[in-house]
Design a protein around this ligand. Structure first.
Ligand code: CP
Length: 322
């Protein structure tokens, strides 16, 4: 799949939020505003002069209590492209180890004149808690198994870029639904934009309550695959599982992994996403991950534009040059 900017008439921009805590909180119009703004930032990233001045004089802090490659790097680069000052806070070498609380830590960082805190934490609701105690904007970069809104947005953006629309598509979310914040953000965003969502995985990794969000539930990938326009292959989150939830990795890969033989039963133009990191050979075989249906690295490229759009909408000024 090749990346490209989708051209469409500019709808009125709707944006009222001070924080980005989850896609559950956003209206369809607000999600579309982020996607349309990100379209403009894709074009910025493709030109020779990539720097803009939207966030001159603003300070963006990354506060990551869990590991990250894509999200943390992408937020740093997005903030710098918009001319913000950026800080990376490292919890392990901070005064948290002396007993300072999470809230006190955040308040002390904010007292240095911070405009945006990007927070990832293993506890669901941690960004929401910060948003109640701080005056600056808070962006949720992943809170436990709850939401990962910018990942959901970049997944949806990548689908729209390749398919031209979201309304009417059938999207399969496959794998470890129970522990996946990416699944929840995708579900909220895709349903608001008019897609149908099927969640698929072993019964131990798909909580029955997920159906209440308005999705179809399946435990047989081969049955739902031919109906899907897009599949998003979610990582088995071994670090969040307290005990074995399926008999073996090879058994999981046989029933829920995608290799070229299984992909051959899908629609010829199926789009394959994965939020990363991927367990190669478990959720997806290497030939499929690196093959023509995969948009995995395109998702990462789009993540930069989506995060620039979010920062711009939360605290940006019009750039001095376009
Ligand atoms: N997809 C995602 O959130 O990746 P990182 O954990 O590397 O940020």
């Amino acid at each position: 799949m090749t990346a490209g900017t989708v051209s469409r008439p500019a709808p009125p921009r709707v944006w009222t939020q001070r924080h980005l805590l989850g896609l559950e909180d956003l209206s369809r119009q607000e999600i579309e505003t982020i996607l349309d703004t990100a379209d403009e930032f894709v074009a910025v990233s493709e030109r020779r002069r990539k720097k803009r001045t939207d966030l001159v004089g603003k300070v963006v802090v990354n506060l990551f209590f869990e590991p990250s490659t894509r999200t943390r790097t992408s937020f740093s680069l997005a903030a710098r492209r918009l001319s913000a000052d950026t800080l990376d806070f490292t919890p392990s070498s901070s005064s948290l180890s002396k007993g300072e609380t999470f809230i006190d830590t955040a308040k002390n960082i904010e007292a240095m004149g911070i405009d945006v805190i990007v927070v990832r934490h293993s506890t669901p609701g941690a960004p929401h808690l910060l948003s109640k105690h701080l005056a600056c904007s808070v962006i949720n970069a992943g809170d436990g198994a709850h939401e990962h809104p910018t990942q959901g947005l970049l997944d949806i953006f990548t689908i729209r870029q390749n398919k031209g629309h979201i309304e009417g598509l059938t999207v399969g979310l496959v794998g470890d639904i129970a522990h996946s914040r990416v699944a929840r953000s995708n579900i909220h965003g895709l349903l608001k934009l008019g897609a149908s969502v099927i969640v698929c995985g072993p019964p131990t990794l798909v909580p029955p309550s997920i159906a209440r969000l308005g999705v179809e539930v399946s435990h047989k990938l081969d049955e739902i695959l031919p109906r899907c326009d897009v599949i998003n292959m979610l990582r088995i989150q071994f670090e969040r599982q307290r005990h074995g939830l399926f008999p073996s990795i090879s058994e999981y890969a046989r029933l829920f992994g995608v290799d070229s033989a299984r992909l051959g039963k899908a629609k010829p133009d199926i789009l394959l996403l994965a939020p990363g990191p991927i367990n190669r050979g478990v959720e997806i075989t290497p030939d499929v991950a690196d093959g023509p249906h995969s948009a995995i690295l395109q998702q990462v490229t789009n993540g930069l534009a989506v995060r620039m759009a979010v920062l711009h909408l939360l605290c940006g000024q019009p750039s001095e040059e376009h």
